[in-house]
Each structure stands twice: as structure tokens, then as C-alpha cells.
Design a binder for this molecule. Structure first.
Ligand code: HAM
Length: 425
């Protein structure tokens, strides 16, 4: 039997690489004082239907439990975290900086970099909507990728109010914009032209299509009139200038006023990060300002955040030849060469473990040749063994596998000796 379509098993080497990347990212999140939260992997179906857009219904793993509750495996974590916030964290001092790392489920068509079970690492910033706060969020997104070791990626930043004001100004009221926003999100300009053409005169359709060539705040602003668009452009300007002050590689940042995002809870600043080398599934991260308060019948609260596709990031790193390295080797492989030595090697293994070393203890006596061949097979850093000669002399033999050099140590000092030999290397 195989794992279900779109899911994967991860072996020890792969897990070590995943954990190595996760550790790097966690240490970046820590330097920004984001603190981890965890929510359930399944939620009431309603939570995701309310504001994630109709497309989510087809993409979701929904089921009914034995008590007839309609539930869904979470396709993302922003709605769950905001449910948690409105239920339990509302009184916490703000701004609140939260992060998560966990599995998500979408009924997507599986292909390289796209799975039905995948991991997101993401952040939510609640209670601060100043451009300076948004700039810091973008800086954090960039820094997570810097820390990952990926070299080629691009962060595109836009603002939904510019796009929405433009559509409104050509005659598409906000309440009717969703289908167009979906086409814009998928960059399906052909179908967009057809849809616009059904309701607008040619010159207005052209105006919208020309907008897709705007690549800076000024160009974009020229397309959208009105206060909301002007405020949005000013906000975007300030975000970019604060981001420049916070540092990082500005050549990786580009204004893209045509970002529409697929989920319907976004309200203002939006951004996406792509790895151009990945082809179709190149989007590694997405996020922006959003409002989910109405789902919970609560007054609005400033909120913005992003999530990165952890698996996709690993695919990008592997393709670029920068897969995270982890020194996931056993420090000492320990065995008795005969039955009389079993007790001494068991005590030696405990000494080694008490010093924090990683130890694999052989449960039965082995001939020296077999022992050493297995030591190199499992890529042990050292092989510690006790045979008849060693029992007589009250010592253990320690062989360092990289150099082949062999040492003896009194039985009660094996732990210290192995620890210092491994450290000295
Ligand atoms: P999203 O763009 O739907 O945003 O997903 C974020 C990232 O998850 C994507 O950029 C992609 O890398 C990864 N991803 C999505 N679907 C799959 C899949 N089937 N297989 C592998 N990776 C995938 C959100 O989910 C928002 N909640 C982000 C956010 C947080 N906005 C505000 N706060």
C-alpha cells in the first residue's frame, strides 16, 4: 500500500534536512520576537468557507464526523490563528507577533512542489498597521530566505486598493470585483480581457490591461484616481522606504501593483515571493494585510502576515544545489566483541550519553571486522569497543573513523575521552 496521492513519507536524511532548514528559520523568527502558536489540524468547515473565497471549497478536505459536524483539514493557518486570537488572545498586549509551522491540506493536483499535504511556516502581526510595521514584516520574509541559503528569489509588493480603485474607476463596483480579481491573481489576461469586454467599452478594458505594465508606485498611481488609491500609494511608498532603511538586498524587491492574491480576506498591502527557477509552482511565499473580524462577529483589528511553503522552499534549495546540510551522524558506535564485555560497554554507552553524545549501542557481541564495517556503513564518527584484551586491561578502545587513529581509555574515563577526542577534531 502506498501513502495517499499528494502525501509523502520523509526518511531520516530528509527529516534531518527539513529540521536543519526549520532551525535556521526559527532562529530568524526569534530575532524578530515572533512567538510560536499551534492550532488544531482540523477546524469547523465554516471557518474556511466564510472568507477564503469559493475556490477553497473545491480545494478543501472536508468531512463529517460521527456526530455530524462539518469539519475540514486546514488549508492554511491564518483563519485558525485569527479564530484563536478573537477567542483567547484579544486581551494580550499588542502588537502581537505570532508564528506557526505545521501541515496544511489542499485537494490540489499534485506535481513537483505542489502537494495535498504540505507544510507552511508563517507569521501573523496583530494590532499594528503602520507602514513601518509592514516593512518589518517584509524584511522578515526576506531574511527567512536569506537564512535558507536560497540565492535567486524576488519579492513583489503591491496594494489591493490601487487595483480595486482602478476597477471601480472603469465601472466595476467593488462588490462585483471578485471574479476579476481571481483572473488577475492567476495572471489569466486573455480570459480577463474577455470578461472586461463583456461589460466595458474597449478603451476601458485597454486601460486595465495597460495597468499590468506598471512597475512602480508612480506608474500605478497614474491609473487609479481617488483618495483610497492615493492613500494606498502613499502607504506603499512608506513601506518601501522603511524597508530600505531596515536593510537587506533591495535588488530582490519589486513593486507589482497587479498582485491580487487568491484568498478573499486581503484588504491592503499584499506581497508574494517567487523563485524564478521553479517554473509553474514558483511562489514560495504569499501574504498581506487582511481582515477576518466579520467571520467572528468582532470589530476589525489591524492584521497582516505571510506564510511560506516549506516544502517548496526545500525543492527550490535542492534545485539550486543549496540543500541544507545537516551533520546528522552518530558520535559513537559502541559494541562488545564478546559476551563478557556486554556489561562494560553498556556502562560506557551510558557515560557517553550522559555527556550529551549520540550513541548507538549494539545489543549483542560482534566480531571486530563486522563491527568496524558497520561503523563505516552508518557513518559513525567513532567506534568504541571492548574485547577480551580490553576487559583484562580495564580499558575500552576508541577508533576515530575519519583518521583511523585508535586510542585506549580506562573504562571509567571513556565518556570524557571520546568527548574530548571528538571535540579536538
Ligand atoms: P497562500 O499563498 O495560499 O497563502 O499559501 C502560502 C504558500 O503556501 C504559497 O506561497 C506556497 O508556497 C505554499 N503552498 C500553497 N499550496 C501549496 C501546495 N498545494 N503544496 C505546496 N505548497 C503550497 C496563505 O495560505 C495565507 N494564509 C498566507 C498569509 C498569512 N496571509 C496572511 N497571513
Amino acid at each position: 500500500m502506498q501513502a495517499p496521492r499528494g502525501t509523502r513519507d520523509f526518511g531520516p536524511d530528509e527529516m534531518a534536512r527539513r529540521r536543519a532548514l526549520e532551525a535556521r528559520m526559527r532562529s530568524v523568527l526569534r530575532t524578530y520576537n515572533y512567538r510560536e502558536v499551534q492550532t488544531p489540524t482540523f477546524e469547523d468547515l465554516e471557518l474556511f468557507l466564510a472568507k477564503s473565497g469559493p475556490a477553497i471549497r473545491d480545494e478543501i478536505y472536508a468531512f463529517r464526523d460521527k456526530s455530524d459536524r462539518d469539519l475540514a483539514l486546514r488549508p492554511e493557518l491564518t483563519a485558525p490563528v485569527m479564530r484563536f486570537y478573537f477567542r483567547d488572545l484579544k486581551m494580550a498586549p499588542k502588537p502581537l507577533r505570532l508564528f506557526y509551522h505545521g501541515p496544511c491540506y489542499r485537494y490540489d493536483r499534485p506535481q513537483a512542489g505542489r502537494y495535498r499535504e504540505f507544510w507552511q511556516m508563517g507569521c501573523e502581526l496583530v494590532g499594528d498597521d503602520r507602514p513601518e510595521a509592514h516593512a518589518e514584516l517584509l524584511r522578515l520574509a526576506l531574511e527567512l530566505f536569506e537564512a535558507s541559503g536560497l540565492r535567486r528569489y524576488e519579492l513583489r509588493v503591491g496594494h489591493l486598493e490601487i487595483l480595486r480603485s482602478l476597477l471601480e474607476s472603469v465601472g466595476v463596483p467593488r462588490a462585483e470585483q471578485s471574479p476579476l480579481m481571481r483572473l488577475i491573481d492567476k495572471k489569466e489576461l486573455g480570459p480577463l480581457e474577455v470578461e472586461l469586454g463583456k461589460r466595458l467599452p474597449r478603451e476601458k478594458t485597454d486601460r486595465v490591461l495597460r495597468f499590468f505594465e506598471a512597475s512602480n508606485v508612480q506608474d500605478a498611481r497614474a491609473f487609479a484616481s481617488g483618495k483610497r488609491a492615493a492613500d494606498a500609494a502613499a502607504h506603499l511608498d512608506r513601506v518601501l522606504s522603511a524597508l530600505a532603511t531596515l536593510g537587506g538586498d533591495s535588488s530582490k524587491v519589486r513593486v507589482d501593483p497587479t498582485i491580487a492574491r487568491g484568498l478573499e480576506y486581503y484588504t491592503g498591502l499584499v506581497f508574494e515571493l517567487d523563485a524564478p527557477d521553479l517554473g509553474a509552482e514558483k511562489q514560495l511565499l504569499g501574504g498581506g494585510e487582511y481582515d477576518l473580524s466579520s467571520v467572528f462577529g468582532q470589530p476589525p483589528v489591524a492584521a497582516a502576515g505571510f506564510a511560506l511553503g516549506f516544502d517548496r522552499t526545500l525543492v527550490a534549495l535542492e534545485r539550486a544545489g543549496h540543500a541544507p546540510q545537516s551533520d546528522d551522524r552518530v558520535d559513537a558506535y559502541v559494541a562488545a566483541l564478546e559476551a563478557a564485555a556486554l556489561g562494560p560497554v553498556q556502562r560506557a554507552a551510558t557515560q557517553l550519553r550522559d555527556r550529551g553524545l549520540r550513541v548507538e549501542l549494539e545489543s549483542r557481541p560482534l566480531p571486530l571486522k563486522r563491527f568496524l564495517s558497520r561503523a563505516s556503513q552508518i557513518r559513525a564518527r567513532s567506534a568504541v569497543f571492548v574485547g577480551a584484551k580490553e576487559v583484562q586491561r580495564g580499558v575500552a578502545s576508541i577508533k576515530l573513523l575519519e583518521t583511523g587513529v585508535q586510542h585506549d581509555a580506562p573504562m571509567d574515563a571513556v565518556g570524557d575521552r571520546v568527548a574530548s577526542l571528538l571535540q579536538a577534531k
